[in-house]
Design a protein around this ligand. Structure first.
Ligand code: GDP
Length: 471
């Protein structure tokens, strides 16, 4: 099991969080700062959503103020267990504000746990309010610790556990993937690599004969092909890897996606679960359509293609649509058709997948090798948007402006969002903390989504907004 340690100065609520994670409420949690209840390291198996991991409750990191023996004992012990942990939750207390001891814990973590992925968590947030202005300053202050934006939680009430889950899940998944593929003796200290610098996993999918192989070959001819898959993925799942503008691209094999459904056997032969599985392997799905066919037909996308495009979006993948064989339509007598196709495809995609506006469409000729760079630029651009992280303070400032811009149907809605935060990227996922006991209506969520896309240039990728009701 992966191991996560909870660290923080005394009385920030480490034991309360520990108890909540292992679902053991009866354990003692004292509320007296001078009484170091948690002197020993406790260990348990955490259950958070569908995730299981080992969790360690470190004793408070006492400073010189405490007796020397306790200090050395605790620090030594914590140091020992740090070596066993892959993740750390650095807990602070929003009600106390940042204390000198918090800074020391931060320093200590940086020194002793440079390879451990640390998540900053702000406890006792149950009474926070975005309107008060205190929240943003608390976040800004916490940000200065250098561990990114804090996740507000309340270990007492359970607020924010879903967000903690969302923050931890990609880390745990990455970790499991690395463990599964690790070659012995390999350096695995890559956990703090910036997400956008990680290899981009691209799947090229489409019906038979639309030109996937031709496109693949054209791409590989133009880009620098790298030999052998890098560590981190199994050999079977990568078809090829190459470099585009200094970035490593993995072409993931999607097990002949749509190939089997071809030969007009009908959509029933398309195994949805199978394709969903392979879809989760890729970050970006490049769906190839046949431009020549589209010019002849009344509509651009076949049923199976629509299914895949929708699935990609539903699964939160980035989607880039490629219309191939445009060379056939370039001749004089065909120029009208050429223009028709260029206009029709984006329109139809917008109609069929209304939940994501601005899905990029690239027109290419794989046969002539034309448009390959444009394809890769779109792929990388979409990936970067997909990885985008917006700082919480900036989001809440933005939210206040946006709230005044919207003609809210229900005027009472406006002050209802107390706080807005991005809990994860890939794809960008946000949580709106809504006051009261009813969720915001879809129209409001759509408005917020649209504004986010416009103001932060996030068109073309799926964005998720979750709601949490708070008192
Ligand atoms: P796949 O089944 O999707 O991998 O399709 P292939 O790459 O095997 O291509 C199917 C057929 O379409 C082949 O005869 C290709 O030569 C042809 N083809 C592929 N790309 C283009 C293109 O850009 N223009 C034209 N005119 N033909 C293409």
């Amino acid at each position: 099991l992966p191991t996560m340690i909870i660290v923080g100065r005394p009385n920030v609520g480490k034991s309360a969080l520990f108890n909540r994670l292992i679902r053991r409420r009866e354990a003692l949690v004292y509320n007296t700062p001078n009484d170091h209840v948690t002197r020993d390291i406790r260990e348990g198996v955490a259950k958070l959503g569908d995730m299981r991991f080992r969790v360690l409750d470190s004793a408070g990191l006492e400073t010189a103020a405490t007796s020397g023996s306790v200090l050395s004992r605790t620090t030594k012990m914590t140091g020992n267990v740090l070596g066993r942990s892959q993740f750390a939750v650095f807990l602070i207390d929003v009600r106390d504000g940042l204390q000198p001891l918090d800074l020391e814990v931060g320093k200590w973590l940086r020194k002793h746990a440079p390879g451990i992925h640390t998540i900053l968590v702000m406890n006792k947030s149950e009474s926070l309010d975005v309107q008060s202005g205190y929240l943003n300053s608390a976040i800004g202050e916490a940000h200065a610790l250098g561990f990114g934006d804090p996740i507000p939680i309340s270990a007492e009430t359970g607020l924010g556990m879903a967000e903690l889950y969302e923050a931890l899940r990609p880390l745990l998944e990455d970790y499991m993937l690395r463990i599964l593929n690790e070659k012995p003796g390999e350096d695995n200290a890559s956990s703090d690599v910036e997400e956008t610098k990680l290899p981009l996993q691209l799947a090229i999918v489409g019906r038979p004969n639309v030109g996937k192989s031709t496109l693949l070959n054209a791409l590989l001819q133009q880009e620098r092909v790298l030999v052998g898959p890098e560590a981190g993925l199994t050999r079977d799942s990568i078809r090829a890897q190459f470099e585009f503008q200094g970035r490593t691209i993995y072409l993931v094999d999607t097990a002949g996606w749509l190939q089997r459904s071809g030969r007009e056997k009908g959509p029933s032969s398309l195994s949805i679960t199978q394709s969903k599985k392979s879809l989760m392997r890729a970050h970006i799905i490049a769906l190839v359509l046949d431009g020549e066919e589209i010019a002849k037909a009344r509509c651009s996308m076949k049923h199976a293609e629509v299914v895949i495009a929708r699935q990609a979006v539903e699964e939160g993948r980035g989607l880039v649509v490629i219309v191939n064989k445009m060379d056939v339509l370039r001749g004089k007598q065909n120029s009208e058709l050429y223009e028709k196709v260029k206009k029709a495809v984006p329109e139809e995609i917008q109609t069929l997948i209304p939940q994501v506006t601005g899905i990029p469409v690239v027109f290419v000729s794989a046969l002539e090798g034309k448009g390959c760079t444009a394809v890769m630029r779109q792929v990388v651009d979409t990936y970067q948007k997909w990885c985008l992280r917006l700082p919480t303070a900036c989001l809440n400032r933005w939210l206040q402006k946006v709230m005044s811009r919207h003609s809210w149907k229900d005027l009472a809605t406006q002050p209802k969002i107390r706080y807005f935060t991005q809990v994860k990227a890939r794809p960008p996922t946000f949580v709106a903390f809504v006051r009261g006991n009813t969720e915001l209506p879809d129209t409001d969520i759509r408005f917020i989504t649209k504004s986010l896309k416009e103001d932060f240039d996030m068109g073309g990728i799926p964005i998720r907004i979750m709601q949490r009701l708070v008192p």
